[in-house]
Design a binder for this molecule. Structure first.
Ligand code: ADP
Length: 495
């Protein structure tokens, strides 16, 4: 589904070799061991949904159906909560932290053992390049289990001098951009703290969650400790609103986050919300520009831009704006867009047709509002939901593409003159999840990181994650933290 392209400069490769040099395909061939049908995982068993309803999971890279996924309704969600409650009152609630840690550690090891299989499944189900699922999503998911396994018997250090207790049963809903990693972010701290869980993966990406359930069985995780109820929005609402959940955690759009908060206002439930973002990636004129360009490219094209902390608003100091734009225009011509399973692919498929349409709609609004469009003219595969890496220069703060989260491979470029103007523009958004600063001066990094209203500020790098480091937002990007000691605090009562 190509969109209109403008003329583009030739890449270095084309200048030297002409158009003759083509890469051979380099597909990853590990067997993802997919089933044709995935049932719900309740009380340690795979069970059919009570109403017998299934939904298809499509490979966005080629539009082929991968499997049928069970859709849980209220009765299934009730059964999942009953199992979680029993495990919380019984085996898991009574187990020592040391023993719980061994289970979490075992999950991490088994996931590592099956890392390639999980990476292929994740790429086929979600559309992300195999090099990302192989080198980022799966190892980071395992790292989250390892890190939290280490915490399970040291919980007295979560809130030193105070006693911490699990909430009991927690309900969790996650999005489709990092299906396995978001699952690990949610499950690992909750388990370490001694909670039991009912979780819903996103409708387009449930496969790796249900494959992880196979690992729970292999690890002999006691029945009911983790229950996975796949489904769509109504299943998510049933998970969030269930009276048995004393804490809920949600990652997804700000719009759905607000619906959940409205529904739960006035109840006793504890909540954490990780919502949208519109991060400023700020480049000062003293920054090492070539490195900054790599950081900008990673910041917006990693995972096709389906990243809540994506550096989707580039703020460049006016004196270097033309130079940075030229470098970016050239750089996007050599991004390889295509088969997500190819090991050389840089930008894979957009996760769904709906998301492709939303991205395209926002790109059209950018053109209509007068910003200058620059797109890569790369060849796109004939089938699948691919979108050309896109830059907009000449963007002003009032443009829709400068304000709304696009969640796609689209960068809006704005300029600034002074440090204060950069801070003012960066903070002039409803969101506050992340930001990036590129400069040679340490003092400027410190000033910016104090003044930017963002949960994470990266300096001279972008999209760096670690299980020890808390992640979360300000304002409409949500509240609560995931990762590190702070993330554990959100899964316990401090008494
Ligand atoms: P995205 O923009 O990432 O698609 P959504 O907020 O639409 O974000 O979806 C994130 C998750 O929230 C998905 O698992 C989805 O099924 C779920 N969801 C959608 N509507 C609701 C709702 N009303 N209550 C709870 N969960 C919901």
């Amino acid at each position: 589904m190509p969109t209109a392209t403008k003329s583009r400069p030739k890449s270095n490769r084309e200048l030297i070799f002409g158009d003759l040099w083509e890469y051979d395909p380099a597909p990853e061939t590990a067997d993802p061991k997919l089933k044709s049908r995935y049932d719900l995982f309740i009380n340690g068993q795979f069970v059919k949904p009570k109403r017998g309803k299934y939904m298809p999971s499509i490979n966005p890279g080629n539009e082929v159906k991968l499997a049928d996924i069970a859709v849980a309704d209220q009765d299934d969600v009730n059964a999942a909560y009953a199992a979680a409650k029993k495990a919380s009152d019984g085996v898991w609630g009574k187990m020592s932290g040391l023993e719980r840690g061994k289970y979490i550690y075992r999950i991490a090891r088994l996931l590592q053992d099956r890392a390639r299989e999980f990476a292929v499944a994740e790429t086929m189900d979600g559309g992300k390049p195999i090099k990302e699922s192989r080198d980022f999503d799966v190892p980071m998911a395992a790292a989250h289990f390892f890190y939290h396994a280490g915490w399970a018997d040291k919980l007295e250090y979560v809130a030193p001098g105070r006693e911490v207790k699990p909430h009991g049963v927690v309900g969790q809903v996650i999005p489709w951009n990092f299906p396995l990693l978001m699952l690990a972010w949610k499950l690992a701290p909750a388990l370490a703290m001694g909670n039991t869980i009912v979780i819903k993966p996103a409708e387009t990406t449930s496969i790796t969650a249900l494959k992880l359930a196979e690992i729970f069985q292999e690890a002999d995780l006691p029945p009911g400790v983790v229950n996975i109820v796949s489904g769509e929005g109504p299943t998510g609402a049933a998970v969030m609103n269930h009276p048995t959940a004393s804490k809920v955690a949600f990652t997804g759009s700000t719009e759905v986050g607000k619906i959940i908060m409205r529904a739960l206002a006035g109840t006793e439930k504890k909540m954490t919300m990780e919502l949208g973002g519109k991060a400023a990636n700020i480049v000062f004129d003293d920054a090492p520009l070539d490195q900054a360009v790599e950081g900008i490219i990673n910041g917006i094209f990693f995972n096709q831009g389906h990243v809540c902390c994506a550096g989707s608003r580039l703020l460049v100091q006016e004196s270097v704006a033309d130079a940075v734009l030229e470098k970016l225009k050239r750089r996007i011509t050599v991004l390889r867009v295509g088969d997500p399973l190819d090991k050389n692919t840089d930008v894979g498929a957009i996760n769904s047709k709906e998301q492709w349409n939303r991205i395209d709609e926002l790109v059209k609004s950018g053109v209509k509002e007068g910003a200058d469009l620059h797109q890569s003219a790369c060849k796109l595969p004939p089938k699948g939901y691919y979108y050309r890496p896109t830059l907009f220069s000449g963007v002003s703060m009032s443009h829709q593409i400068a304000r709304e989260e696009i969640f796609g491979p689209v960068l809006s470029i704005l300029t600034f003159r002074t440090v204060d103007e950069a801070v003012e523009k960066a903070n002039n958004t409803a969101y506050g999840l992340s930001a990036g600063v590129w400069t040679d001066k340490g003092s400027r990094i410190l000033k910016m990181s104090t003044e930017l209203k963002a949960g994470v500020v990266w300096a001279n790098t972008y999209n760096k994650f670690d299980p020890t480091s808390p992640f979360g937002g300000y304002k409409e990007s949500g509240f609560g933290r995931e990762g590190g000691r702070q993330g554990l605090l959100d899964y316990c009562k401090v008494v």
